[in-house]
Design a protein around this ligand. Sequence first.
Ligand code: SF4
Ligand code: SF4
Length: 135
Amino acid sequence: MKIKLLKEEIESASIHHLQRISGEDLKKCYQCGNCSGGCPVSYEMEIAPSQVMRFLQLGKIEEVMKANSMWVCVGCLQCYSRCPKGCSVAAVLEGLRQTVLRKGEDFEKISKIPMQFLKNAPQQAIVCGFRKFVS
Ligand code: SF4
Ligand code: SF4
């Protein structure tokens, strides 16, 4: 899965805004790696959960916005439950997704999803997918 964000979307994202909408204090993370170790989908992420936190601490939000991590995250909260500092990478990744979706940019275009898939997929999966990928 590869995402292409507009250059302006990446440039307008800020660490301050991300911390405000996620409610997370990025400085609290001390890079123990527990979140990455427990994340069931970190193997699919271009930047693992603990690395996301480190990149953001260093102000490298552009790199994180370009990576697929925020779209791959399934929101299971395993990272939050394992974090000794009470950080929620899930909330940070949700904040990144919202930064994009609130501008009206859909990650998935509903009209492009094959009807056969929509007919066969579980209703709950479709609703969850729309909530995560559609503005
Ligand atoms: S909420 Fe996302 S980042 Fe956290 S463990 Fe689950 S899939 Fe990984
Ligand atoms: S588990 Fe918490 S403190 Fe450890 S790397 Fe992940 S976010 Fe940072």
